[in-house]
Write a protein that binds this ligand. Structure first.
Ligand SMILES: NC(=O)c1ccc[n+]([C@@H]2O[C@H](COP(=O)([O-])OP(=O)(O)OC[C@H]3O[C@@H](n4cnc5c(N)ncnc54)[C@H](O)[C@@H]3O)[C@@H](O)[C@H]2O)c1
Ligand SMILES: [Zn+2]
Length: 352
């Protein structure tokens, strides 16, 4: 399919396997480690094993966000020590965003940093988490609190991994694809908003490629989120607050599901701020609701969700800041919104 050039690394999408093999061998690694969880060990490692066809050491961790911790990182550092990994050892992170973020964090800090390759295996990690060099772990219930920016040596994307992914996870990742269209590309949006888009045989090759191009374009211009990169937070100020609220209840929402709600609410805020038309708002909410079938009576207009937003680490001077749409395919950032208007937006979602 093709190569997308990052700041100091390349993202290869559905390319010839030999490119990966040659890249690994050119690094002349003393040892190769592949980090997996029980799911990617079962579904993805057999595929990768055949491609790289060389000796490696698998390191397995438990799947799930609750394991994206310092404790799991310690177990990874320990495994590296036990296998006598040195500065020219290579880590391959084979998994979703949890493995990518944490495996990258472990690689970037072990002996002050050893080479690592991201092989994202979920839709979310292919179009989002593996691109842009944000690495880290959760700490004391704060998501991604400890981490750093560090680009991988390479990102290797293969959409064949998506075949074994749980359909709910696939949909969750799709929220970020919709977001990429909304903030930067009307062409991608027009393609993916389509009512007849079928998840089981969608054109993932092109959808993933275009989505990565958009994220890469944004992060290349603003690698450390001083300005433009904030547009990637569209849907996330409200979405994160909803995600945290439902975490630890019996009604857990996946990240993309919470972001989908957040995008409807923040599109409503964009409309109320006279940045988009009523027709655009309708089009956005219809497209999102066509993919995500939200539970009837889902409560989101609660003081605690507003309170969660006040704690967002991106706020400044006590103001709640939003990235809002200025049309379909265009986004602005640092828009300060009153709490009463946010509550209106949450109520709006409950009514539609
Ligand atoms: N670094 C960034 O810029 C960035 C951006 C967005 C999200 N993230 C992070 O990404 C994480 C979420 O990533 P995610 O949605 O990929 O979740 P995940 O890594 O938890 O993966 C979801 C589930 O799918 C399983 N799985 C992975 N690949 C599979 C495959 N091919 N077949 C079958 N099962 C498979 C995993 O074992 C897991 O159970 C969060 O921790 C989030 O903070 C990071
Ligand atoms: Zn997200």
């Amino acid at each position: 399919m093709g190569k997308i050039e990052g700041a100091n690394y390349n993202v290869w999408v559905n390319e010839d396997n030999q490119i990966l093999v040659d890249f690994i061998e050119n690094l002349k690694p003393s040892k190769v480690f592949i980090i997996v969880d029980e799911n990617t060990k079962k579904h993805c490692l057999p595929i990768l094993e055949k491609i790289i066809d060389r000796q490696y050491y698998p390191i397995e961790i438990h799947s799930g966000e609750i394991h994206k911790t310092l404790q799991t990182s310690e177990s990874l550092w320990e495994a590296l020590i036990n296998y006598q990994a040195d500065r020219s050892s290579l880590i391959i992170n084979l998994g979703g965003g949890v493995i990518g973020d944490m495996g990258g964090f472990v690689a970037a800090s072990y002996m002050r940093g050893i080479p690592f390759i991201q092989i994202p295996t979920t839709l979310l990690s292919q179009v989002d988490a593996s691109i842009g060099g944000k690495l880290g772990i959760d700490f004391k219930n704060y998501k991604n609190l400890v981490g750093l920016f560090q680009n991988p040596n390479m990102v290797w994307v293969n959409t064949q991994f998506l075949k074994t992914l749980d359909p709910r996870e696939l949909k969750s990742g799709f929220a970020e694809v919709l977001k990429h269209g909304l903030i930067q590309s009307k062409t991608l949006w027009d393609k993916v908003k389509n009512k007849s888009l079928n998840f089981s045989d969608a054109d993932w090759d092109n959808i993933v490629f275009e989505s990565i191009q958009i994220k890469n374009n944004v992060v290349s211009q603003d690698p450390t989120e001083q300005g433009l990169r904030k547009i990637l937070n569209f849907g996330h100020t409200i979405g994160h607050a909803i995600e945290s609220f439902y975490l630890g209840t019996d009604k857990q929402l996946l990240h993309g599901e919470a972001i989908a709600i957040g995008m409807i609410c923040e599109a409503y805020l964009s409309y109320k701020e006279n940045l988009i038309s009523k027709e655009a708002l309708q089009e956005i909410q219809d497209a999102i609701k066509n993919v995500f079938h939200f539970e009837k009576g889902l409560k989101i207009a609660t003081p605690q969700i507003i309170d969660n937003m006040s704690k967002d680490k991106k706020n400044r001077d006590g103001k709640i800041l939003f990235s809002l749409l200025e049309g379909i395919g265009k986004c602005t950032f640092n828009k300060s919104i009153q709490k009463s208007a946010i509550l209106d937006a949450l109520n709006y979602f409950e009514q539609i």
